[in-house]
Every structure is written in structure tokens, then in C-alpha cells.
Design a binder for this molecule. Structure first.
Ligand SMILES: [Zn+2]
Length: 467
């Protein structure tokens, strides 16, 4: 269903070559001395770039066993009653029915999950750590340090809700990168972070307006000097700058010229980095045809957009709630009235909830991979994590089943992140990002709110009981 990337650097594909090792080994037996023993395959980083890293020794890490729960492993099969999941370090060693999954004698800890449900951690594909809280912190909106502090608070909210991976698609300075590093090193609690640096836009485009996209109010200093890029080579250069800054993803913003979009997408792909776009109208069609990896938002989509996404293997991250919030009350503490984004050049259309739901339903029926993203711009302290669960309800409203929505929140989300080989299911060899719930989420998505334990990168970061 989902086209995995063929654009990663060639060395990542060496992992697949390991499948051939057995054949080589048997050849070696026939021709003594012809081939040495199979060599270890290096591991790669846990992000979309997949950079080779030195071998990791997990043999002395504690073994944790989760026993007796019902396992929803995320692969789409029936739940497994009385299951056992074994982790060591950040990896899953084994997962399956108790009858066929031995419990190691050296377990440092056993979590009794009797009566509980074990599933993969949730994924939010569209956040911004820098976005606003209520008025308590809004006055520091232009400060990178203020943005980082807000981001640390948001990271905490996400992980407590079982959201174990998040993609930041537009940040200030290096805020998202530093949050990613701080989570990796255990300095702060939070989801694993993938980030896309700064939004690449044209002069006056989304991200380079003289007024705020949301409020329409003039930015300090009339927006300051332009940070926009113009022409295919400037867009290529902007991509290279983001990759130089260690971005895992590239984020583009419409409007832009057809050649600019194509140049940026080609450049990113040639460097092995996937691309997301915040877009609308004809720009969306151009970006899809140029091979963009994810379309963010369902804004003003043409009738060709979904068929084009199907044809080109584009994934869709609709972020329906961020726009429905505007239509059903606005963001009062930010002074944004009910109805939509007013007076902005990069949102020159009317926001239409029914059209958004229609496009998402159409994409789902066409087999376009759909991921869960929230993108709440204001009032983050009160709207998260509720916004994530509400987004799942919107996907239901668009015509997806509970099982399909859960897949979007886990396995499909991981594939869209370009991390389907490491995240999104509970399987031997994958990273131990797990959620343990008090009730079955397949019966009702509301049960996702009944979080008992969260395991992130192999560590128990939310440690029962019900909260
Ligand atoms: Zn966004």
C-alpha cells in the first residue's frame, strides 16, 4: 500500500543486503576459505536520515517483561490475549502469545499487564515545539529561548499521553533539534523527535509574511528583512542549508513557483531527505507531481489532488482539528476570532470543514496513506494532548474505521516518517516505543486516553497506575 522510499542513501539499503548473507554462508561452506564469516551490519541513527553509527552493545541493558496483557501489535491482525513483550535497552526482543514467547530468567522488571492492552506508541506527524501557549507565555513569542521552554513543556504533555514520536515541521533557530537531542540524552522527557528546520518559502510566502499568518497583525519591524528564497537555485541552496543544519526532513511552504518546488524536492531527495509541504490549490498539485513525500493540511485541494497523490505515492497529514478550531471558536487568548485566518496572504481562501472531511475520506478510499498530525498553533498548554485524540475523531468522521485510525496513528505514521523499519509495530527488533492502556482502543478510540504505562525508547516513562 505504501511506497517506501528509494531515496535513502545507498548505505542504508545494505541492511536489506543482509538477507543474502545466508546464501553467501552456504557458498562459503562449499568453497573453503572463499568467504569469511558474515560481517556485522552497522546500525543507523533513529531518524529519517539513517546515518551509520558504531555498533551498540545492549547485552548489559536491563530486560523488561510486559506479561499477561492483550497485544495489539499494530500489524493489523487480531489482538493476542495473554501476550508477552520482552524488551532490552531500546529494542523489542520478543512479542507474542505467552505460550510461544518465553520469559527470560534475567528480567530486571516484569510489568503485570493482566486486563490491560499493549500497543505501539502513538505518532504525531505535525507539531511545532515553538508554537504558543495561552497568554502566560505569548509575550515571548519572538524569543528562541521562550520557544524552547514552551517546546520542553509540550514534549512533556505529548509523552504523558503516549505520543512517543513527533515530527516538528517548522521551528525557530535550532529549537526542535535541541529538544530532539535533550530527549535522546534523557535530559528531558518527551517523544522521539524528527525535525525539518525552518519552512522554506518565497519572499512574502508562508513563513515570510509581514503579518502573522494566524492573526493578520503586523509583525514587529514589518516582518524584518525577508527570509524568502526565489528561483530554483535559491530553493536548492535553502534545502542544502537545512540538511547542513542536520534536518531530518525538509518543509516547504506554498505559494511557490513550479520550478522552485521541483528543484527543492529533487535536491532533498538526492540528499536522501524527505519533504513535506504546507500547500493549497495548484501548488499542491505541482508539489505532488514533483514527488513531495507528505501533503500537510487539506486546504483548497483540487479534484486532481487525491488521484495524483495515489499515483505518486504521496502521504497525507490532514491536521483537520487545527482548522476546525478556527471555525468553532477561534483561539481567544491569541485574539483570533471565530471563522478562520483573516488578512493573511498565504491563506487566501475560505476554510471549509466539510470540504476537508470530504477530501480525507476520498484519500482514504483511494488508498492514500493518512497520518495523524495536530498542528495546534495557540493555547498549546490547554489544547494538548486532547487535540491529538480529537484529530482521531475527525478521521473517524471522514469515514475511517477505528482500526484504520489506529494504523494511521502507529504503523502508517511510522512509514510516512520513513521509519517503518524501526517504529509503528510491536515486533522483534523494533524500537521499544509502547503504550499500555486500561481498555481496548479498537472498541473505542476514547480508550486511548486511559494511559497506564508509556515505554519510550525502552524506558518506562509513564509508570502506572491510571492517571
Ligand atoms: Zn504546521
Amino acid at each position: 500500500m505504501f511506497v517506501t522510499t528509494t531515496r535513502r542513501p545507498a548505505f542504508v539499503r545494505c541492511k536489506q543486503a543482509a538477507l543474502g548473507v545466508g546464501v553467501l554462508a552456504s557458498l562459503a561452506a562449499l568453497v573453503p576459505g572463499a568467504l569469511a564469516a558474515p560481517r556485522p551490519i552497522p546500525e543507523t541513527t533513529d531518524d529519517a536520515r539513517g546515518l551509520p553509527i558504531p555498533p551498540v552493545d545492549r547485552s548489559r541493558d536491563p530486560v523488561v517483561v510486559i506479561a499477561g496483557g492483550t497485544l495489539i501489535d499494530g500489524r493489523g491482525g487480531a489482538p493476542v490475549a495473554n501476550a508477552v513483550v520482552v524488551t532490552q535497552g531500546d529494542r523489542i526482543l520478543a512479542a507474542g502469545p505467552a505460550a510461544t514467547t518465553p520469559v527470560p530468567a534475567n528480567a530486571a522488571r516484569t510489568i503485570d499487564a493482566t486486563g490491560l492492552y499493549v500497543m505501539p506508541g502513538l505518532i504525531d506527524l505535525h507539531i511545532h515545539f515553538t508554537q504558543q501557549r495561552c497568554h502566560d507565555f505569548g509575550k515571548y513569542s519572538d524569543s528562541p529561548a521562550g520557544a524552547a521552554i514552551r517546546g520542553v513543556a509540550l514534549a512533556e504533555q505529548l509523552i504523558n499521553a503516549g505520543i512517543t514520536a513527533a515530527r516538528d515541521v517548522g521551528t525557530v533557530d535550532d529549537v526542535a533539534l535541541r529538544i530532539k537531542e535533550a530527549v535522546d540524552r534523557g535530559i528531558i522527557r518527551g517523544p522521539r523527535v524528527l525535525w525539518s528546520g525552518r519552512i522554506i518559502a518565497t519572499t512574502g510566502g508562508h513563513g515570510d509574511e509581514v503579518t502573522s499568518t494566524a492573526t493578520g497583525r503586523q509583525k514587529p519591524g514589518f516582518g524584518g528583512p525577508s527570509k524568502g528564497f526565489n528561483g530554483p537555485w535559491e530553493w536548492r541552496t535553502a534545502v542544502r542549508q537545512q540538511v547542513r543544519s542536520l534536518a531530518d526532513w525538509i518543509k516547504l511552504g506554498a505559494p511557490a513557483d513550479k520550478e522552485e518546488l521541483a528543484a527543492a524536492i529533487e535536491e532533498a531527495h538526492s540528499l536522501g531527505v524527505p519533504v513535506a509541504i504546507d500547500s493549497y490549490g495548484q501548488y499542491t498539485d505541482w508539489a505532488i507531481e514533483a514527488g513531495v513525500d507528505t501533503l500537510e493540511h487539506p486546504l483548497l485541494m483540487s479534484d486532481q489532488a487525491v488521484p495524483l497523490m495515489k499515483k505518486h505515492g504521496t502521504a497525507f497529514v490532514p491536521t483537520i482539528g487545527a482548522f476546525d478550531n478556527l471555525l468553532t471558536g477561534g483561539y481567544p487568548t491569541a485574539g483570533i476570532p471565530t471563522g478562520g485566518f483573516y488578512h493573511t496572504h498565504s491563506r487566501r481562501f475560505v476554510i471549509d470543514q466539510q470540504d476537508h472531511l470530504k477530501r480525507v475520506g476520498e484519500a482514504h478510499r483511494a488508498g492514500v496513506p493518512i497520518g495523524v498530525g495536530t498542528d495546534i498553533p495557540f493555547e498549546n498548554d490547554t489544547r494538548y494532548p486532547d487535540a491529538y485524540f480529537r484529530e482521531l475523531d475527525y478521521l473517524r468522521e471522514a469515514g475511517m474505521s477505528n482500526a484504520a485510525v489506529l494504523a494511521s496513528a502507529t504503523r502508517v505514521g511510522a512509514q510516512i516518517m520513513k521509519m517503518g523499519d524501526k517504529l509503528g509495530t510491536v515486533e522483534k527488533g523494533k524500537i521499544a516505543d509502547l503504550l499500555i492502556l486500561g481498555a481496548n482502543p479498537l472498541d473505542s478510540l476514547k480508550n486511548l486516553r486511559d494511559v497506564r504505562y508509556v515505554v519510550a525508547d525502552g524506558k518506562v516513562v509513564v509508570d502506572g497506575p491510571a492517571r
